[in-house]
Ligand binder design. Structure first.
Ligand code: FES
Length: 269
């Protein structure tokens, strides 16, 4: 008895869309843009993520170029930390420091997936035909530059340390410990940024991803525990990425509203 008939793409020779049940299903490469056998709303996620990235990215760019209203008493917008104001620099101080966090975030493995899908439809979603017919991955310019991500971590961590110093300042009022709503907003923003940074795939690799045998290396036990923590953080990397991006924008927005006199920062302690 003959088995089910397979259909093959004339361009790639692989099983085609609409192939019989037993054939390879759900392939997209080489198929026309947008063609898919998926029946779910696969386009919702890239659409929502693309909109969110565009809105938050536009706000962050606008705020970074303002060069004013970034500080209010003991609060400093995270976009402007560490605050550098050399006399020879005529533009916004944020432009001197944002390269490191922007480079870190822009080359993040998770964000790459998100914006490749949302802005380049490459692919728009799993098992959906894409507009490009040739695939070079990230082996050619300019996308080969994405490989600097593993080095950007060394710039992102010092920035994080400066941000924590700002948090201490945010809880210091007239030389004493105090708490304002802004203190908590900055603390939330920096906590999420810390989670995002330490859930990075590159950090997980540095901590233990390259070790084949923990009992064979120095301090293998503690190292394994640190690596397991990093692994847990890493499994939520997407969530840290979105929450930290939203909160860092919100923290700047909050400080900006206070600096403009549009918001009164309530003191809780
Ligand atoms: Fe996202 Fe490193 S993979 S920050």
């Amino acid at each position: 008895m003959n088995g089910p008939q397979r259909q093959f793409s004339s361009t790639t020779g692989a099983p085609a869309m609409g192939a019989a049940e037993s054939a390879t299903r759900g392939r997209a490469y080489g198929e026309p843009f947008g063609r898919t056998e998926r029946t779910d709303a696969w386009w919702v996620q890239p659409l929502v993520q693309g909109l969110a990235l565009a809105i938050l990215g536009a706000y962050a760019t606008w705020a970074a170029f303002q060069g004013r209203d970034y500080t209010f008493h003991n609060y400093l917008s995270p976009f402007y930390s560490p605050l550098l104001k050399p006399k020879w620099w005529p533009l916004s101080p944020a432009l001197l420091v944002l390269g490191a966090p922007l480079g870190f975030r822009g080359t993040c493995y998770y964000y790459r997936k998100a914006y490749y899908r949302a802005f380049f439809a490459d692919p728009a979603a799993c098992a959906v035909g894409e507009p490009r017919k040739a695939y070079s991955g990230e082996t050619k310019f300019p996308f080969v530059l994405q490989n600097i991500h593993r080095f950007m971590i060394y710039l992102a961590i010092p920035i994080l340390l400066f941000l924590w110093i700002d948090i201490v300042r945010g809880f210091t009022f007239d030389g004493r410990f105090g708490i304002g709503v802004g203190s908590l907003v900055l603390l939330a923003s920096n906590s999420l940024l810390t989670m995002y940074t330490f859930s990075c795939h590159s950090i997980r690799h540095l901590l233990g991803g390259r070790v084949d045998c923990f009992s064979c290396v120095v301090a293998g036990g503690p190292r394994r525990r640190v690596w397991l923590t990093s692994t847990w953080l890493n499994s939520h990397h997407m969530a840290w990425a979105w929450w930290s991006l939203f909160f860092v924008c919100f923290a700047d927005f909050y400080v900006r509203l206070c600096a403009l006199g549009l918001l009164h920062d309530p003191r809780l302690l």
